[in-house]
Design a protein around this ligand. Sequence first.
Ligand code: HEM
Length: 391
Amino acid sequence: MTALSNETDFPVDRAVQDAQRVMAQRRAGCPVGHVHAGASHGEGWLVTRYDDVMSLMTDPRVKRDRRNVPEQDTGEGHESLLYLDPPDHTRIRRLVNKTFTPRAVEHLRPKIEQLADELLDRMAEQGEVDLISAYALPIPMLVICELLGVPEDDRADFTAWSEAINGTQDDPAVKREAYAYLEKLVADKRTRPGDDLLSALAVAASEEGGALSETELLHNAELLLVAGHDTTVFLIANTVLALLGAPEQLAEVRAEPGLLPAAIEEVLRYDSPVNISSQRWTTEPVTLSGVTVPVGQPLLVSVMSANRDPARFDDPDRFDTHRDQSARHLGFGHGIHYCPGAPLARMETHTAVGKLIERFPDLRLAVSPDALTMRDSLLMHGPTTLPVRLS
Ligand code: HEM
């Protein structure tokens, strides 16, 4: 393969551990450049400015499905929303929108409240906890189990399996078990639909094209699991981190809980749980910030970086609960792939953080913020553990 122009050094470890600073350097000096991000992260054209990210998210020359990119077509695709283009995306997204309703979200609220209270009771018996494993992780896990209709008796095993599907657990035997379980679950929902989102998707038929195929249903169940899990864990964790780092704003939110939704919205901008969104491909040359990305190239689109772009946001490195929201962050994406789980993620985070700060008025970090280790991922952005003192 010929060398690409705009090939740039990319310090992968630093880009994970010191993500905001590395992205700030790229936005200023090399807003669009080709990077090799190591074996686990692949390669592609890293795009870091708000206007470029926004335009790529609605550019019809940019595709998600490799089968629509002649230079990249291996004949294989993942038939879930994130990796499909219209018209397949449109057909399936319509079904998801039809089933993922405000009512479905509200139905989950009491269950989340109850679990949060139970977890907080358990935590209260300890002086110091890792907030991720003790609190931020179990809440989205419950939500995924409810959405997929995982029977109570299977939930303990399902937690390990979901880590295998998520990629945080590498044991191939567990992975095989996990996919076998998901396949069985999907087959069950088709024959015996229950009161869950997966069943609703299994039985729903669209006006234009019938129901979801077996593969589409399986792949979208997998997507719900992956897309709804770590993202929410990190939104909870990053919200707690941002508030603990701004004690006056935390005091204000405690005194006026109605400010919490604005604080969460600001975290989606200031410390976005999604850094680089899943891959897109050019099907024609595309020019961004004066750089032309050739045809058939992978694009690494950084939502996290776009959200700190000084060309879009005043004083972008400042966490400000009172920020005017009209500049519109891209934390949930934009365009046809905009996150359908956004209302659910907001509700989960609001419930979790609201109850936590109310319950523990002396909540504080148990380590210095610099000592936190970030998840080894360029896709997700958040700490692996969050040690806090509760009293
Ligand atoms: C804080 C939590 C969350 C964040 C920050 C987040 C972020 C995002 C972003 C940025 C995208 C667009 C990706 C792109 O265009 O490349 C997306 C898509 C998606 N999200 Fe979320 N998400 C969150 C929670 C959830 C939850 C709870 C669910 C469901 C259980 C979910 C399901 C999805 C799905 C299915 C898509 C693909 C939609 C499509 O391609 O049409 N997300 N999310």
